[in-house]
Design a protein around this ligand. Structure first.
Ligand SMILES: Nc1nc2[nH]c(O)nc2c(=O)[nH]1
Length: 383
């Protein structure tokens, strides 16, 4: 078994500036001068002479109903954010390194560890969190149309869809094909380690996601040696195709935000290793395609139980995938992907403890694992 360590041949990029101190390291190694009062173990102490730019936890004006960090970050949308405290997650957005945490009343606050510009970091965070979309309002409408959703929503408040960078999202979901969360995370960590180091928090190193140019310097062989298996050729193949786009691959991917859903899915499926399920995940989590519906056997089970009972027992085919997607959209409307996200999360074994036992039926019969669900063949490797 190969360890997912950076290949020796790769040059490790240098940080743009000395890594910033994390809240934890601030506390442990170099407390700021003359603290007056510490409100929380991870809260930097307040100092009357604190320079304006001193990092601090800042309220985000988002309640837990609008954003639950444990339901949003470790539930299969992104594999790049790390849990760095009991209710605290840390990750990068572009060149910004930030932590988010829940306060005791559930509200979310953020802490900037490193950024070239604080105002740009805040804007990038709000954009990444899709804050212009009210989850409470969406869920009210979904709940009116679906009593089961209404009940689930009581237990799983705040499962929000993120607006990730498309290159980052695409590479993560290429790693997700037929894979489990632990290995996906290791692969994504490996790729991320090729980007510029931004700092360390809670014992984790954080890097800006590498540019396509930097990714194009990694060979298929290096990825294979690092344990990527057949996904290695999908990653290098996709990076090559993106690099050949006249305006650049990153720009090409961003331009898919303006297309209809089907056009965006077709464009994504032209990339090596991208099938309909992975394309729908990328479309939903990075391309503003809010009614994209990733369909795999787990979602198929939910759909045949609650939306299309007449199809129970049938074998999932590409045509039936479209039926499922249509059924979701006709039930939940233009933000149907956000409803799918809650139903997907409710089906994860990790969420079982949050739900009363009568919600466990599907999970009991089939352990809903991401590992089986992201194959490019929608009907292969699922059982
Ligand atoms: N909301 C969803 N997240 C996912 N992650 C993943 O790998 N598949 C899914 C999915 O179908 N929905």
């Amino acid at each position: 078994m190969h360890s997912l360590k950076p290949p020796l041949a790769m040059k490790r990029p240098r940080p743009p500036s000395p890594p910033p101190l994390s809240p934890a390291s601030t506390k442990q190694t170099s407390p700021p001068p003359r603290p007056l009062k510490s409100l929380h173990p991870n809260t930097p102490p307040i100092s009357s002479k604190k320079p304006k730019s001193h990092p601090k936890w800042v309220p985000l004006n988002l309640s837990q109903t609008e954003l639950s960090l444990p339901l949003t970050f470790p539930t299969g949308q992104t594999f790049r954010w790390k849990q760095t405290g009991p209710l605290q997650y840390t990750g990068t957005i572009g060149p910004h390194l930030l932590s988010l945490k829940h306060l005791q009343n559930g509200d979310v606050s953020y802490f900037i560890h490193f950024t070239p510009s604080e105002s740009a970091a805040k804007l990038a965070l709000l954009d990444f969190l899709n804050v212009s979309i009210s989850l409470a309002k969406l869920w009210e409408v979904f709940s009116e149309n679906d009593s089961r959703f209404a009940e689930l929503a009581k237990y799983l408040k705040g499962a929000r869809v993120l607006r990730q960078d498309p290159v980052e999202c695409l590479v993560q979901f290429l790693c997700s094909s037929n894979n489990n969360i632990g290995r996906i995370t290791k692969m994504v960590d490996f790729i991320s380690s090729l980007g510029t180091h931004l700092g360390s928090v809670g014992g984790f190193d954080f890097h800006e996601f590498p540019s396509l140019e930097r990714l194009s310097a990694v060979s298929e062989e290096e990825l294979r040696q690092a344990g990527f298996g057949y996904r290695a050729k999908y990653i290098t193949g996709t990076v090559d195709v993106l690099q050949s786009k006249p305006d650049g691959g990153a720009q090409w991917l961003l331009s898919l935000r303006k297309l209809d859903l089907q056009e965006a899915i077709d464009a994504l499926c032209s990339l090596p290793g991208v099938g309909p399920k992975v394309a729908a995940c990328i479309a939903l989590f990075s391309l503003d395609q809010h009614h994209a519906i990733p369909v795999d056997t787990h979602v198929w089970q939910i759909a045949t139980k609650y939306l299309l009972p007449e199809l129970a027992g049938a074998r999932l085919t590409p045509k039936l995938c479209s039926r499922v997607a249509e059924a979701f959209v006709s039930k939940y409307g233009e933000y149907a992907g956000w409803a799918q996200t809650l139903l997907f999360i409710a089906d994860l074994p990790s969420q079982k403890a949050l739900l009363p036992s009568h919600f466990w039926d599907i999970k009991e019969k089939k352990s809903a694992k991401i590992e089986d669900s992201n194959s490019c063949n929608i009907d292969g490797n699922y059982s």
